[in-house]
Design a protein around this ligand. Structure first.
Ligand code: PAF
Length: 279
């Protein structure tokens, strides 16, 4: 595997490649990331991964400084997956001058759910993703459904800018007890790790109630949030949305059986976890 930090060298290395499959990451790779690499391999060749902890998508009080950086272990994992190039730019490589041009997602999608609780987050994500796509020029790029809203925002960005990259969605990788794998799980204490699957259990509760015909979404969301709060969590949201645009369903949408997804974000101790489940 070639490890490349400069954009110019990356372009040279990939020039002439027409079927590149790309997986952008922030490192601290776990089985979930590796499943994205395997999916990428099914959709293209060569597989290119990136590791870049993108300062632009972290708020001033978020965990940019303490975000786990495990470069050597990540390299070994990617080598085993047969990744051809790892693009690992420094901040200077990626942002040699202040990044004044940014991509701002539309408010209805970018300022709701995660965007409401993490102002500026999606502008940071879309800006770096556009830049990474411009560097790698992949035919396909793989994003996990764990970050459901991110996946939709990136996909819409690619469509609206007519980028030649097809966005592939990968299913969420879960531990045996249901907890969605995430780099941030490593912040959890042993007791919190034991409690953490309650988030997914709550999503399942909401999904089962909806499937059983209990369509009072407001009441269900409230009940699920109260349940988490009783267990010691601080929920930001548990929200039932339409899958196609992540807006709340109207009574008409519910009557017509519009495909739905329930999304959640909640803090356990100091660790903020997100998850979602298609209904
Ligand atoms: O999902 C992530 O790890 C990041 O948001 C991404 C897509 C690599 C952009 O920094």
């Amino acid at each position: 595997m070639k490890i490349i930090s400069s954009i110019e060298e990356l372009r040279d290395q990939l020039s002439g490649q027409l079927r590149t499959a790309f997986v952008p990451t922030m490192g601290n790779l776990h089985e979930g990331h590796l499943s994205l690499m395997r999916l990428a391999r099914k959709h293209g060749d060569p597989v290119v991964a990136s590791i870049f902890v993108n300062r632009l998508q972290f708020g001033p009080n978020e965990d940019f400084d303490k975000y786990p950086r495990t470069f050597q272990a990540d390299v070994e994992k990617l080598e085993k997956e047969g990744v051809y190039v790892l693009f690992a730019p420094t901040e200077k490589d990626m942002y040699p001058e202040p990044q004044e041009y940014r991509v701002r997602p539309p408010d209805d999608l970018g300022n709701t759910l995660e965007g409401e609780f993490r102002p500026g987050f999606f502008t940071g994500v879309t800006t770096v993703v556009l830049k990474l796509l411009s560097c790698v020029q992949p035919r396909v790029a793989v994003f996990g459904k764990k970050d459901y809203q991110q996946l939709m925002i990136v996909r819409n960005m690619c469509r609206q800018f007519a980028l030649p990259t097809n966005i592939i969605a990968a299913e969420t990788w879960r531990a045996d007890d249901g907890l969605a794998l995430s780099s941030r799980n490593m912040y959890l204490s042993a007791a919190e790790r034991a409690e953490a699957p309650a988030l997914y259990q709550n999503l399942n509760f909401v999904a089962e109630e909806m499937r059983a015909g209990h369509l009072d979404t407001f009441q269900l969301e409230r009940k699920a949030m109260d349940e988490l709060a009783k267990r010691g969590w601080q929920p930001d949201y548990i929200s039932i949305r339409k899958r196609n645009d992540l807006q709340p369903p109207t009574a008409g949408d519910l009557a017509q059986g519009s495909p739905l997804v329930v999304l959640a974000a909640a803090k356990l101790g100091t660790t903020r976890l997100i998850d979602n489940l298609e209904i």
